[in-house]
Design a protein around this ligand. Structure first.
Ligand SMILES: Nc1nc2c(ncn2[C@@H]2O[C@H](COP(=O)(O)OP(=O)(O)O[C@H]3O[C@H](CO)[C@@H](O)[C@H](O)[C@@H]3O)[C@@H](O)[C@H]2O)c(=O)[nH]1
Length: 237
């Protein structure tokens, strides 16, 4: 039977974590999906790990695992760390801040099964997909980054910077081995490398809703890093 390991990277998500975990359990149980939830917390000062431990007491350590690290080491490396503890043959990566709704997961799984895709990527930029709650500046950055990367890299997916995705575990293992970046740009690199390695990608339109609690960790450093990597991938891949 297929098993899905859901990776939830967290940094200061004390308020969001109980809600996202509850929603995940509700939708995945309802759809009779076999899963585990892996929380990768980078030593959040707001007590996210204490909340995670309480959730494990409530829902059980067969459903929720906490795989903490001592300090903030970046989003890309958090995925790698989580995956090394995953027992599923499929991996689902999503944000813990309620921007990604678990109701889309059964659609990801259905599409993957139908076409045996290596990757299913949530897309905000196709069909019914969309973004809610971002200000004009943030929308412009995201759209601009996507437009530029589409133009330069010609990837097989319409949302290069999004992170709500399902991977076959062996595919993700190969992609991780091929990827060099550590931060947010990891999402883009995965799709670019996927094309080079000839992995198939299906897409499910998703609505991305900006977080209500807490703050985004994306700043100028991540944006500059993204631009540098974009040019590097353009020149090398
Ligand atoms: N463990 C760990 N988790 C992190 C780190 N940085 C961020 N996270 C977690 O990663 C998720 C996304 O981080 P945010 O900082 O909230 O991202 P965002 O601004 O909402 O950005 C979203 O849009 C980007 C552009 O489309 C996406 O690239 C990004 O993945 C995300 O979906 C959240 O669950 C957050 O706690 C880190 O260094 N370590």
């Amino acid at each position: 039977m297929d098993k899905y390991s859901i990776l939830l990277p967290t940094y200061n998500e004390r308020q969001n974590l109980p809600i996202i975990v509850w929603l995940l359990i509700k939708y995945l149980d309802q759809s009779k999906i076999n899963y585990e939830i892996i929380i990768i917390d980078d030593g959040s000062p707001d007590g996210t790990q204490d909340v995670a431990k309480e959730l494990i007491k409530i829902y059980g350590d067969d459903k929720i695992l906490l795989r903490p690290r001592e300090k903030k080491l970046g989003l890309g490396t958090a995925y790698v760390h989580g995956m090394s503890h995953a027992s599923g043959n499929f991996i689902i990566i999503m944000d813990a801040d309620l921007s990604h709704h678990p109701k889309f997961i059964p659609k990801f799984i259905e599409l993957q099964k139908k076409h045996d895709y290596d990757i299913v990527s949530g897309t905000r930029y196709k069909g019914e997909g969309g973004v809610y709650g971002w200000d004009f500046k943030r929308k412009l950055i995201s759209r601009g980054a996507n437009f530029l990367s589409q133009f330069l890299l010609r990837p097989n997916a319409s949302d290069l910077t999004g992170s709500f995705r399902l991977y076959k575990k062996d595919v993700l293992t190969k992609l991780i081995a091929a990827c060099e970046s550590k931060g947010y740009v990891f999402q883009m690199e995965m799709i670019v490398r996927a094309r080079a390695l000839k992995f198939t990608i299906g897409e499910v339109p998703i609505t991305f809703v900006d977080r209500v609690y807490g703050d985004s960790k994306m700043g100028a450093t991540e944006i500059i890093q993204f631009a540098k990597n974009l040019l590097y991938f353009f020149a090398t891949i």
